[in-house]
Design a protein around this ligand. Sequence first.
Ligand code: IPE
Ligand code: IPE
Ligand code: MG
Length: 265
Amino acid sequence: MTHPSSTRTVPVPGSVPSHLAIIMDGNGRWARQRGLPRFAGHQRGVESVRRMVRACSERGVRYLTLFAFSTENWRRPADEVALLMQLFIAALTSEVRKLHRNGVRLRVVGDTSRFDPKIQSLVESGERLTENNTGLTLTIAANYGGRWDILQAFARLCREHPDVAERDEITESRLAPYLSMAYAPEPDLFVRTGGESRVSNFLLWQLAYTELYFTDLLWPDFDEAALETAFAWYRARERRFGRTSEQLGEETRAAARPPARAAGG
Ligand code: IPE
Ligand code: IPE
Ligand code: MG
């Protein structure tokens, strides 16, 4: 099933986001501030991931999506890329069973074909092991890029429905099922740690109506209190999806009015 897009329907607001997407940035600076190698920051970043998975599960978040490695991150020094790959292998090896015990469903989005076969097989087995879990869906975006996602969706749609492409009938709802996160609603809240105010080629299509929250905290320092602060900020947003504030006020009043048949007594 494909979830309706926020550009076409209006999602029901909740006190916590149903889908939280995070750019986990600032590991390198966290380490440098302590005179440690960048890798030490990435290791601490994994602890933050564990903490967030737990905190989001407890708070009733349905989908948590974490940007772990972008299509641009291959530009980093080869030794840092190699260490990040080792860390990914170590984390998949040690965490998948725990995720499974906690009812978490694991998914990985991105072009994993460029990864070491060992990573590919750990990803496949982790996804298979957890596929029937009904708790939090944890998505790791690895070798992911928002532009890659849109292009691969477009290519698959054209391949499977050349007729649609020929008749110039490609629409949002025809393309959406081919996007790599078609199984999830679009994110309600986006968080980026590390002080930069940019999207860095993350979920470009899916962020169309997402609330964007930026914090200076570095990812290893992002804890439950910081998550609560982000959620409080989220709750204070007025999500208008193109409408006016007055229209929203009218809808809230209409929802609060007693049903008409009860009005006469
Ligand atoms: C984010 O932290 C982790 C990855 C991109 C893998 P960084 O490594 O980008 O940390 P900074 O931005 O250099 O501090
Ligand atoms: C974004 O972080 C990618 C991930 C967190 C995986 P970067 O630190 O690579 O982002 P830029 O390149 O500085 O924007
Ligand atoms: Mg960075």
